[in-house]
Design a protein around this ligand. Structure first.
Ligand code: ASP
Ligand code: MG
Length: 510
């Protein structure tokens, strides 16, 4: 680095170093020894290509759920159940570690035992006081990532790959909002430079657990369920990574659910906003808001499949790539309820709107879609046990009618805005189906409507046929339909790469 550069520049990773890639692996990618081996090979492939990986792992599959069950059992004084869960988790972690490191188990086994002994103390404490605070829930659920990251780091070492376990709580500094703590990005950047960058400089692969952090006072916090993606984005942003890879068990984002439509295509590239719309309306690949720190810094985020690493995945960037197709994807969300609220005219129109929405607020009930007139509103919400309460409250100010088992179809694409003739194509594709509420989001990239739950499959297939008959090959992988996925895994890799990992995932690295 040249002398006299600004303080900000000095905190950037050395420009002479190879690009950093943050690689996040979800629970299924570390669920057992076989999965961890696969994960290590993928990381090694990146390193062998001259990149500098930083690894973020989730807890082993289902472990967070189990830890939360143990906490709840302890809270109602069912110590036996809590201990039983802890015992089986202890065995699972020890077994996986043993499968991975064989005779070198002592050191990691000691750590595993210490952690579970401590966890059991905490669970007994919860049972003794009969109270489970959010702070304690964070502490209990943090064990999943603390252990998985440690085991994965040992497995790397055992395979002769220089790595270093980093307790993510030393870097991911948050506020004290337990259960969904807010990261303090400035501090995180500084901590990463202090604890992670030096490891990269000596060519060790840092391994961190996702999801967990700590407040300034050192108390353990978590970023909320599914928070490991968030950790990956924070780490990538803090280290100015060249790319962030979210390794999952699907090939990326598809043009629609391949279980409904076997002709669904993999979307090669889409914008952050498009991904956000899709996630909001049912596609479950990742929570886009969690990758926002990366998108803001213009770091591309890739969704990749650890069971099929040759697949190029989906690239999410701040701006949508040019596409000649108006749509990127069609999502469907089932199990919705429509509530029609007709004002009893006791309230002025604006008061009526406010009073209605206050009811949804009171029940912390997210509204998917709204359509209004002067005296009536229709809203759609996720099916909920609170429905009777919501109806009772609304009935104070209005006449209420509900329709259950509804579904929302959402068409997403940056090109929807101002695309002439698009609605005509949509409506003619679903002309046999009764549409309940129609809306176009203010950001101009989605168009959605409600239909009967039973009509979803037909509607999705018909819309897909209409809009993806002639897809733009730059944006969609024509060879990678839902049908082709299974055979693609078996067939010869399209991209020859000695590391066994697809190359194009690095097109975006500077
Ligand atoms: N283990 C955490 C969860 O299950 C975080 C994550 O997997 O992203 O929610
Ligand atoms: Mg996840």
């Amino acid at each position: 680095m040249v002398e006299g550069s600004s303080a900000g520049d000095q905190r950037k990773p050395k420009s002479s170093g190879a690009p950093i890639v943050v690689m996040k692996f979800g629970g299924t990618s570390v669920q057992d020894a076989a999965a961890i081996h696969r994960t290590i090979s993928i990381v090694k492939g990146r390193r062998d290509r001259g990149l500098r990986p930083v690894v973020v792992v989730s807890a082993m599959a289902k472990v967070t759920d189990q830890l939360l069950l143990a906490a709840e059992a302890a809270a109602v004084n069912d110590t036996q159940q809590a201990m039983e869960i802890s015992r089986s988790l202890r065995e699972r972690h020890l077994g996986t570690a043993a499968d991975l490191v064989g005779r070198n188990i002592q050191a990691v086994a000691k750590v595993i035992h210490e952690n579970f002994d401590k966890l059991e103390d905490i669970l007994r404490g919860v049972a003794a006081v009969g109270e489970l605070t959010k702070r304690t829930i964070d502490l209990i659920s943090s064990y999943g990532e603390r252990l998985s990251s440690r085991i994965v780091a040992d497995a790397f070492e055992h395979r002769g790959i220089r790595s270093a376990h980093v307790d993510a709580r030393t870097c991911i500094i948050t506020n004290s909002h337990h259960g969904r703590a807010v990261p303090q990005t400035e501090l995180i950047g500084a901590r990463l430079h202090e604890h992670v960058l030096p490891l990269l400089e000596v060519s060790a692969i840092p391994i961190l657990g996702g999801f967990i952090g700590s407040a300034a006072n050192g108390i353990t916090t978590t970023l909320g369920r599914g928070g490991s993606d968030f950790t990956a984005a924070l780490v990538g942003s803090g280290l100015n990574a060249g790319a962030i890879e979210i390794w999952t068990d699907v090939n990326g984002i598809m043009t629609t659910d391949p279980r409904i439509c076997p002709d669904a295509l993999r979307v090669r590239a889409l914008s952050f906003e498009e991904a956000a719309e899709l996630a909001y309306f049912g596609a479950k690949v990742l929570h886009p808001s969690t990758i926002l720190p990366a998108v803001k810094k213009d770091i591309p985020v890739w969704v990749l499949n650890s069971h099929n690493p040759l697949n190029e995945g989906t690239k999410i960037t701040a701006f949508a790539p040019r596409s000649s197709s108006p749509l990127k994807s069609i999502s469907a969300k089932k199990h919705l309820t429509i509530i029609h609220i007709v004002s009893s005219r006791m309230l002025m129109s604006h008061k009526f709107l406010r009073a209605s929405f206050e009811v949804f607020d009171r029940y912390a009930c997210a509204v998917n879609m709204v359509s209004t007139s002067e005296v009536s509103i229709s809203v759609s919400i996720d099916a909920t046990d609170e429905l009777p309460g919501i109806i009772a409250d609304l009935s104070q100010i209005a006449t209420v009618r509900t329709e259950e088992r509804k579904a929302l179809i959402c068409l997403v694409g940056e090109n929807i805005q101002g695309h002439k003739g698009l609605s005509e194509r949509v409506f003619s594709a679903v002309r046999e189906i009764n549409l309940d509420m129609i809306s176009q989001g203010a950001n101009g990239i989605n168009m959605s409507f409600m239909i009967d739950g039973t009509a979803v499959e037909g509607a999705v297939r018909s819309l897909h046929r209409e809009f993806f008959a002639d897809p733009d090959p730059a944006i969609f992988d024509l060879a990678n339909t839902g049908k082709a996925v299974a055979s693609a895994v078996l067939s010869k890799p399209r991209i020859a790469d000695p590391s066994g990992v697809a190359k194009p995932a690095f097109a975006g690295v500077p």
